[in-house]
Each structure stands twice: as structure tokens, then as C-alpha cells.
Design a protein around this ligand. Structure first.
Ligand SMILES: *Cc1c(COP(=O)(O)O)cnc(C)c1O
Length: 229
């Protein structure tokens, strides 16, 4: 089932890329939160290498059970006390939304000589229920992060509103892309981003048409999640 689902998602990705006006390279992140390691191994065996979790504990538990070349993405809200493990395991942290968090990441990365790749999370539809920054605080934060030695700012991430009509989210993906371009043009030292982490099961094709470079697909690969077990 998982290999079949991946085939379908890959086909959809290629179709969306053919419609995209941008020459974006897209990396599929298989979002495996709440799912058992056996399912991740199925996806690995189907050729996938990038996996996303929203809890550091799940990465810590699963990572040792997968081959070394598995690439982990921390996509959920990150608490400062979990930063050490996040830096140890995650190739990318997509959810940076405060200076204190960035400083903690910088400090941990510095201890091990790692340059931690991050994206900043934007609350693109200004939803009360979501984490992430608005544009003004994003710019302020980027200026501060750009001075940190052990962090590389790669791009921006958003979680668009839940909808079954994916077209409704196009405006938010456009907005995130335009925000990134605008900030790049401000010529802030050490801030030159090229990654957009946007699009989930319901809307990744639209996100790709608008320039996504990472799409985060959970349900479309692993099926519905059950949070009650
Ligand atoms: C759970 C999650 C996803 C995947 O959502 P699906 O709708 O299952 O594809 C993507 N991004 C983040 C940040 C998530 O927490």
C-alpha cells in the first residue's frame, strides 16, 4: 500500500512540476508522525529517504531503526529543552519561530561543530491556532539569526489552513514565495533563502505550482492518523 501511495504522490508531483512556472526542485518529505517504524521502512524500501516528524522523541525512537542515509526533518513546534536532540538528529529544522529557540539551536550546533540548517515558520493565514511569525517579526528574527555562527537559514515554512479545496490555499503559497523573494531583495547579510516548505496531502500540488521545494505529505502516503492509540 505504501509503495503504491508513493507512486501516486510522485506522479502528482511531476504533474504539478510540469505546470509550475518556476524551475523548482521538489523534495518529498514523508511525514511519518504517529506511524510505526515498519511503515517507514516500507517507504524507505520504495526509495524514499526524507522523513518528517513533529516530535523530537519520535525521531529519537525511530532513527536508530533506519539506515544511516535516512534524512530527518523536524517539522513541528520545537521546545527549547528538546533542541539538543533535534540538532543531533535533524538535517533540517523547519519550525524556527523565536530568537530564543534559534539561540538554543546555535549553541547546541556549536558544541558539535554542526551548521544546523533551518527554515523559519510563518503563520501565513494569521490563524490563532497556529505557530509561526508574521512578516514584520520574521524580518526582525532573520536579522538576528543571520548573526549566529552555527545556523544556516535556508528558507521559509508554512502550514496553510486545513481545506479540502486545495485551490483556496494558492494565495497563501504565493504569499510565502513573495515574502521570501522580498526578504532576499533586502540584502540582509547572510540571508539568501531558496527553500519553501509548503504543501501537505490536501494541497501539495498547488504548493508545487507556486514554487514549493519541500512538500510534507503524511496521510497521502501512510493513511489517516489515529491519535488515540
Ligand atoms: C502532520 C503534518 C504534515 C502532514 O499532514 P498530512 O495532511 O497528513 O499530509 C505536514 N506538515 C506538518 C507541519 C505536520 O504537522
Amino acid at each position: 500500500m505504501i509503495a503504491e501511495n508513493i507512486k501516486i504522490v510522485k506522479k502528482n508531483i511531476n504533474e504539478a512540476l510540469s505546470k509550475s512556472k518556476f524551475d523548482n526542485d521538489v523534495t518529498l518529505i514523508c511525514v511519518s508522525k504517529t506511524k510505526p517504524v515498519e511503515m517507514i521502512i516500507d517507504a524507505y524500501e520504495a526509495g524514499e529517504r526524507n522523513f518528517g516528524e513533529n516530535k523530537v522523541q519520535e525521531i529519537v525512537a525511530k532513527a536508530p531503526l533506519l539506515p544511516e542515509d535516512t534524512v530527518w526533518h523536524m517539522i513541528g513546534h520545537l521546545q527549547t529543552n528538546k533542541v539538543k536532540k533535534a540538532v543531533q538528529y535533524a538535517e533540517y529544522i523547519h519550525s524556527v519561530d523565536s530568537l530564543s529557540l534559534a539561540q538554543a539551536i546555535d549553541k547546541e550546533a556549536g558544541k558539535t561543530g554542526k551548521i544546523q540548517k533551518i527554515l523559519c515558520e510563518v503563520n501565513i493565514a494569521s490563524e490563532d491556532s497556529k505557530f509561526g511569525l508574521n512578516e514584520d517579526s520574521l524580518i526582525d528574527l532573520l536579522i538576528e539569526i543571520s548573526k549566529l555562527q552555527n545556523i544556516k537559514i535556508c528558507g521559509l515554512m508554512c502550514v496553510a489552513p486545513y481545506t479540502e479545496i486545495s485551490e483556496e490555499n494558492r494565495k497563501y503559497f504565493v504569499k510565502l514565495r513573495e515574502m521570501m523573494n522580498k526578504i532576499n531583495q533586502m540584502n540582509i547579510e547572510n540571508v539568501n533563502m531558496n527553500m519553501l516548505s509548503m504543501g501537505m496531502t490536501n494541497d501539495y500540488m498547488i504548493a508545487i505550482e507556486e514554487g514549493a521545494t519541500f512538500v510534507r505529505v503524511g496521510t497521502g502516503i501512510f493513511g489517516e492518523r489515529n491519535y488515540n492509540i
